[in-house]
Design a protein around this ligand. Sequence first.
Ligand SMILES: *Cc1c(COP(=O)(O)O)cnc(C)c1O
Length: 375
Amino acid sequence: MSDAADIPVRVRPGIASLPPYKQGTQAGPDAYKLSSNENPFDPLPGVLQAVQSASAFNRYPDATATRLRERLAARFGVTLDEVHIGAGSVSILAQLVLATSGPGDEVVYAWRSFEAYPWLAVLAGATPVQVPLTADSRHDLDAMADAVTGRTRAILVCSPNNPTGPVVGQDEFDAFIQRVPSDILVILDEAYAEFVTAPGAVDGLTVLGNRTRGGAELPNVVVLRTFSKAFGLAALRVGYAIGHPRILDAARTTAIPLSVTAHAEAAALASLDAEEELLERVRHIGARRDRLAEALRDAGWAVPQAQGNFVWLPAHENTLAIAETFTAAGLIVRPFAGDGIRISVGEEESVDEVLRIAASVVEDLPEAHPGRRLA
Ligand SMILES: *Cc1c(COP(=O)(O)O)cnc(C)c1O
């Protein structure tokens, strides 16, 4: 927390009270960076090539990334104006929250979930409403529906949930939507959709398909996806939304113009050209994740369902101390003080290292520690 009194100009009190953004620790040359859910594979040569031959630096990009929208619209069977591109899906999240929610309005989301959610609500001047996860680190959609009031303007649902890992079920999502008034925006944040293997998981495309088939049954749901994680374009900043054109128009209104670069668009298009090859990598990461999660459970950790490209250690009050042990061993992980540690599924060689440290630290936890798996 900072104090408005030491800022030399008048800053909105809500902004002054937020901690300044700090990125996860950057890894040294000998460390594995497992703190930002990045894709460990190097970019494909064809993608690099596409970026290099994208338009010249002295020209502005196409403001609405038309070619990429056309491609995604065809891919998902929607119209061009049902697709919106942003400089990372987090920028579309910000646009949608700004467009729907202001002072006096409420933004509902699960907690713990994506770190950006509380910040986005406060940035808009709205009130964050956090609904605790269940004991097994899942969204409690009933409690989230109960948290809706006359002031609610947006609900954020994250599946798989970052940082804990479980998915929301398609059936429970459908039932949830029935309970939410149709004039409240529901954002389904599927940043890790491509990694999901659990049967019955919510799928934004199914949600949207139902909408189209039923003739605009669910116009209040917007699905967000990104090229940062599965497609490995985190540095280039490109993500997309699919939803009702008029909702996306509102997002476009609040967007900072021209923030999606021609290079990001070119890389996304080239990635879609190479989709099968990239999804093969995603399957490798998914298998590595399953192996890691199983081995961690065998070692005694109560790891919840892991459906993203990361696993969650519910270390609770031991979080910071345990994260230190990982760091000392050259493994940069992401601690969330008091809650737990998120570890990205990185290079194959990092897996044994993670297991070695995780198995040693769990031994030191008291028998009754909630992060320990009951034998
Ligand atoms: C990584 C992530 C995003 C968006 O990432 P961008 O790089 O901005 O596309 C959105 N939501 C969640 C939950 C994420 O983990």
